[in-house]
Write a new protein. Structure first.
Length: 255
């Protein structure tokens, strides 16, 4: 009886040891790289998505998503790199880069009714070649905002001089019901022609470092409020705030 009982204990111990080994192997096994999975499918689930490799894709955010760049680079395939749809909310965290390499496309685009908060990352157009006098072969805004965008720690840059680094508002057309808004709390914004507050746009600057573009730091068509921040004319632009001469009554207040 004692030997039989000992045998059961030995068998049970061996089974438990095997289970522990399997469990440990599962814990220690590396998670599949997100670049090897369907990134868009992960985003469609909502929640937190963390990049583990550099990714080339045009992604669409249609739910509440936190995107942790995790030191990686997200580059577009052919369209806007990140599009945030109406009703969705995107938060970007971590170090890393969101790049766009295609003419006429942005690193980040917000639709009317979309919201986004940029707490980390560098948003850029690495192949931008527009100049003050020419669009070149590859030029566009780094960010175009028709929604509600807050920059609080991110870097936004555009090495060209033809397009605005950020376009907040409408160049043509108008919103259905919600005017675009850009709030800057912290971060660094540099390059391009300037930061443009377009038709119907509201821009509130509470902080951040603005290094200016080739024609100025801001172009204001509608409502611009500056409460704080650091402003540098690094490109020897003729003025800090460019104010248009004529305005459309409802869309462009110029204040």
């Amino acid at each position: 009886m004692a030997t039989k009982s000992f045998g059961k204990r030995r068998w049970l111990g061996a089974a438990l040891a095997a289970l522990c080994t399997i469990a440990l192997a599962l814990v220690l096994a590396p998670m599949p790289a997100l670049a090897d999975q369907d990134l868009q499918a992960e985003l469609d689930k909502g929640g937190t998505v963390k990049l583990s490799e550099d990714v080339t894709a045009d992604i669409v955010v249609s739910k509440d998503v936190t995107l942790d760049l995790n030191g990686r680079t997200l580059t577009n395939a052919s369209g806007d790199t990140i599009t945030v749809k109406a009703g969705a909310n995107l938060t970007v965290t971590g170090k890393g880069t969101v790049d766009n390499v295609t003419n006429g496309k942005a690193a980040l685009s917000l639709e009317e009714g979309a919201t986004a908060t940029l707490k980390g990352g560098t948003f850029t157009r690495s192949k931008e070649d527009g100049t003050d006098s020419s669009a070149g072969t590859n030029s566009y805004y780094t960010i175009i905002n028709h929604g509600d965008l807050t920059i609080d720690g991110a870097t936004v840059e555009n090495k060209g001089g033809h397009s605005s680094v950020i376009d907040n508002g409408w160049y043509s057309g108008k919103p259905n019901s919600i005017n675009p808004k850009l709030t800057v709390e912290s971060g660094t914004i540099s390059g391009g022609r300037y930061v443009k507050n377009g038709s119907y746009g509201t821009m509130v600057i509470n902080g951040g470092t603005f290094k200016g573009g080739v024609n100025g730091i801001f172009l204001n068509w509608n409502e611009l409020t500056i409460n704080g921040g650091t402003f540098e004319n690094t490109q020897n632009a003729p003025c800090a705030i460019v104010q248009p001469c004529t305005f459309s009554k409802d869309a462009e207040k110029g204040i």
